[in-house]
Design a binder for this molecule. Structure first.
Ligand code: BGC
Length: 452
């Protein structure tokens, strides 16, 4: 199937009865209420307060006000016929300082959200860490401090104990490659650290924490479905020249393989990613055996493909991305190429790993500059994006690959990290001055599709 070709005659039934359909969000991007009811500061609260970090100085103190409007937003999920809702828990609502005393009001809030989902017949899927590390822990080194394995595990246990009687589906972390890469190497996300001395220990402690957190969850909730999620982009070399092919291999190792491979017991892809060559410095005896966990499912999150070129100027990896803007290809508002076969390629790639029991697409979606006209948002490009990507998921399933679910990113327009409120990814439009919601045409399209 060619990119962009629509499959208008396909329907939900073709994906089978056990396919999980959903929508995903993340606490920091939607909740707001940044200091309500005992919540502590996260690294994103601090980072958004710094100058020149976020486009136009946007912050997320109010965001979509999901903290106060969750009933309304869950009603909208219901109205859109979406059976599964993936959201994350904010660590600092539960433990304002990251460790120590729990905040009962934070626990009560997530109890209300979970109970309301269940009351509406919506299955809650909980992500335990979607990037909002407690600031107090960052002051002690954050992900670069090995103690974080214990801090994180203690937090996971509290969540399991309080919510595990009702939450069946858990994801330990969201996209470790993005929060370590952007936050501890490039410095463009919180906490804004740079360099290998931050990046390498952050990677290793994150992998140890994924496994330790999952083990803790399993011990408390033996019948829970436990997963974790990874970002991935289809990587292709700019040319058939060996140096471009090798550059693409290095980038693929960092972007797509860095976390899934140790988690599956295959170790870090050091041979293909020389940037990792000193990671063993951060190992303690026995660590090799502490990196993996037998997950019930793996979530992959794909948005685009990247074209990679050899570059003598790029330190550590001697490779650079050829910007989609310069490639004369269709773009989203993030300037990411719209390339539906990427999701097929990623499903295929992850299927090649032994040991993945179930594979779900836990995020896919697109930002476009939506306009309100006569109170409506006719976002045809987003509908086309979702349909063409779903067609590729279906193609992968028909070709015999595992693909067990699909979650749209995202429910409402929200705070898109360093890009602030500019990119609009939602199925539902948000007027950030009034907090008014308007279901976009894509939301109506998803609702019809899910109705069958
Ligand atoms: C993240 C989301 C983000 C989305 C779009 C993923 O990297 O999990 O938090 O908003 O992609 O950039």
């Amino acid at each position: 199937m060619e990119p962009g070709i629509r499959h208008s005659h396909f329907n939900k039934k073709l994906f089978g009865d056990n396919f999980a359909w959903g929508v995903s969000t993340a606490a920091f991007q939607v909740e707001g209420a940044h200091d309500a009811h005992g919540k502590g500061e996260s690294i994103w609260d601090v980072f958004t307060g710094k100058k020149d970090k976020i486009l136009d100085g946007h912050h997320a103190q109010i965001a979509c006000d999901f903290y106060n409007q969750y009933e309304n937003d869950i009603d909208l999920i219901k109205q859109l016929n979406i059976p599964n809702f993936r959201f994350s828990i904010s660590w600092t609502r539960i433990l304002p300082n990251g460790t120590g005393a729990t905040n009962q009001e934070g626990i009560a809030y997530y109890n209300r959200v979970i109970d309301y989902c269940l009351q509406k017949g919506i299955e809650p899927w909980v992500t335990l860490y979607h990037w909002d590390l407690p600031h107090e822990l960052e002051l002690k080194g954050g992900w670069t401090n090995r103690d974080i394995v214990d801090w994180f595990t203690a937090y996971v246990k509290i969540c399991a104990e309080h919510f595990g009687d009702r939450v069946k589906y858990w994801m330990i972390m969201n996209e470790p490659a993005v929060f370590t890469g952007a936050g501890y190497f490039l410095g463009i996300h919180a906490p804004g650290r740079t360099g290998l001395k931050s990046f390498l220990p952050a990677i290793h402690h994150t992998v140890l924490s994924i496994a330790a957190g999952a083990n803790a969850l399993r011990a408390i909730l033996p019948s829970a479905q436990i997963g974790t999620t990874f970002s991935c982009s289809f990587i292709e070399p700019y040319s058939g020249k060996a140096r471009d092919i090798n550059a693409a291999k290095r980038v693929d190792a960092i972007i797509n393989r860095l976390f899934i491979e140790p988690v599956l017991g295959l170790g870090y892809p050091i041979d293909d990613a020389p940037i990792l060559k000193n990671i063993k410095k951060y190992f303690l005896p026995g660590d090799e055996e502490q990196l993996s966990f037998d997950f019930d499912f793996i979530g992959i999150q794909n948005y685009t493909r990247e074209i990679v070129k050899y570059s003598v100027f790029t330190p550590y990896i001697s490779a650079s991305l050829v910007k989609a803007e310069n490639r004369k290809v269709p773009l989203t508002q993030m300037k990411w190429e719209v390339y539906p076969p990427a999701i097929y390629q990623m499903i295929k790639k992850f299927n090649a790993y032994p040991g993945i029991k179930k594979l779900l697409i836990t995020e896919n979606g697109a930002a476009f500059p939506d306009v309100v006209a006569d109170g409506k948002i006719n976002d045809v490009l987003r509908i086309e994006y979702l349909e063409t990507h779903l067609a590729q998921v279906l193609k992968a399933k028909s070709d015999g690959y595992k693909a067990d679910g699909y979650f749209v990113w995202t429910l409402t327009d929200n705070f898109e990290w360093a890009e602030g409120y500019h990119p609009r990814f939602g199925l539902i439009y948000v007027d950030f001055d009034t907090q008014q919601r308007i279901v976009k045409s894509s939301g109506h399209w998803y609702a019809r599709f899910l109705k069958g």
